[in-house]
Design a protein around this ligand. Structure first.
Ligand SMILES: [Fe+2]
Ligand SMILES: [Zn+2]
Length: 462
């Protein structure tokens, strides 16, 4: 008997195999592939440069003379270049985007699954004006029109194109300590409408693009007040409330049960790994820290995806271990709060097609390890975590910067780790968290606003 776990693994492998045509497919799609190879291939999918990226994406079929064929339950589009895509009738009917099936304003599916069934038949079918037109044998007859571009993107048998472009997945720029020479930065003026007028929305898009590409971005020239900082953050997205509050401002006074509220040094970490959905952005502003008489308090930034990449290069099996073994985290130091996600995740978390999407690295908040692990896996995890830690704390990875009042830092907390040096003196900080989905949504909406490609009807809902 096949275990559910095996089925899940097989379908994951099939998905990976399916989506990436080209070189990656040969690496990842082979079910006999060693975990080490799978790990590095997986990583290659997240940060490849544009040239590598282009190789991974199959070319769009040439629409010279597409043809159709049919069975009772399927439609086959022959693209005219030797390739063809087979669609189940149910799939096509379900994805109809006529105004009675898909609300043209809210872009939501209006049709229930009731009328979608395996006995769906087609009355007539034709290719005209770069679209597939179907008249269904329903009562009353129903008409569907599918642009061929949509069918290429949606093709699943076989997959022809990946969906990166539709999902605004652009390549990430991994970095080490040399980022110090030219860190991603925007100015306060460029994102505030009071200063820049209508172009400020474009400014926010550029800001979010830097956060997306590098996993962090400075904003310079910010007025040194909590009010101005909060206003700046709200330009990007709304603030996420947690047990620390929403927008926060504090001096090191241990007012909360967390080391962040002390004046001790903190190694590089991601925040809130103990949430099912860890904070998406960590944003902070040092409002004042007179030095002298104060000392220290430098900010540390480390790109966890760069560290993961290095781990994969040096020891692919360690990468695989950090990607597979689930590590529990907790926050229990505040009265009335006992946070621990019901589903623990590995340090390196990948999406359904094997792209690295999230790193959780926080030694302080780690729970008791080992539930469901074998004794060997305990040893493997420590070895892998030590390698991650060694690279994370290396000269090549660490970017130290002394932030002065007027500079806000925005950090993608799913990717870039932060820390700080111990300090003395009076240090006042303020900042907030933003949800991961919220800033990504704002970025995508702005990208769409300032590009004019495609119709919302067919470009949304991927
Ligand atoms: Fe932190
Ligand atoms: Zn319809």
């Amino acid at each position: 008997m096949i275990s559910p776990r095996a089925i899940a693994a097989t379908s994951r492998a099939r998905l990976r195999d399916a989506v990436y045509a080209g070189p990656v497919r040969r690496l990842v799609g082979n079910t006999n592939v060693k975990p080490s190879l799978a790990a590095s291939a997986r990583l290659r999918t997240i940060h490849g440069n544009s040239a590598q990226r282009a190789q991974q994406v199959a070319q769009s079929p040439h629409l010279t003379s597409p043809q159709l064929s049919q069975t009772d339950s399927q439609v086959v589009v022959h693209w005219g270049d030797g390739r063809s895509s087979t669609f189940d009738n149910q799939f096509l009917f379900d994805h109809c985007r006529c105004p009675s099936c898909f609300h043209p304003k809210t872009l939501q599916r209006l049709k229930t699954l009731g009328p979608v069934n395996p006995d769906m038949r087609i009355n007539s079918i034709e290719l005209k004006n770069d679209a597939l037109h179907i008249t269904w044998g329903t009562t009353p007859a129903h008409q569907s029109t599918f642009p061929l571009g949509f069918l290429q993107q949606a093709s699943y048998d076989p997959p022809l194109l990946n969906r990166d472009q539709l999902l605004d997945r652009t390549p990430l720029k991994l970095w080490g300590s040399s980022i110090a020479e030219n860190p991603p930065t925007v100015t306060y003026d460029s994102v505030m409408p009071e200063k820049t007028g209508a172009d400020a929305e474009k400014g926010v898009m550029k800001w979010l693009e830097k956060v997306h590409d590098y996993g962090f971005c400075f904003v310079t020239g910010v007025p040194t007040s909590a009010t101005a900082t909060e206003e700046l953050i709200r330009r990007m997205a709304f603030i996420r409330e947690t047990h620390y509050g929403g927008f926060w401002a504090f001096t090191a006074d241990m007012s909360k049960g967390d080391l962040a509220y002390s004046n001790e040094g903190l190694p590089a970490h991601t925040d809130t790994p103990y949430f099912t959905d860890p904070a998406g952005l960590q944003i902070f502003h040092c409002l004042s820290h007179p030095c002298p008489p104060g000392t220290g308090g430098e900010t540390l930034l480390v790109d966890a995806f760069y560290v993961a990449d290095q781990v994969a290069k040096r020891d692919p099996a360690a990468y695989e271990t950090l990607s597979r073994l689930a590590v529990p985290f907790h926050a229990s130091g505040n009265e009335g709060t006992m946070l621990r996600p019901p589903v623990s995740q590995p340090i390196l978390r990948h999406d359904h097609v094997g792209r690295l999407q999230q790193a959780r690295w926080n030694n302080e908040d780690r729970c008791v390890l080992g539930e469901g692990w074998t004794p060997t896996e305990i040893r493997q995890w420590y070895a892998a975590a030590r390698l991650f830690d060694d690279i994370c704390t290396s000269k090549e990875a660490e970017y130290w910067v002394k932030l002065t009042p007027g500079t806000v830092v925005v950090i993608d907390n799913w990717r870039v780790m932060h820390g700080r040096a111990a300090f003395t003196g009076q240090r006042t900080m303020c900042g907030a968290y933003v949800g991961a989905d919220d800033w990504r949504s704002r970025r995508r909406a702005l990208l769409r606003q300032f590009s004019s490609t495609g119709s919302a009807d067919w470009n949304s809902g991927w």
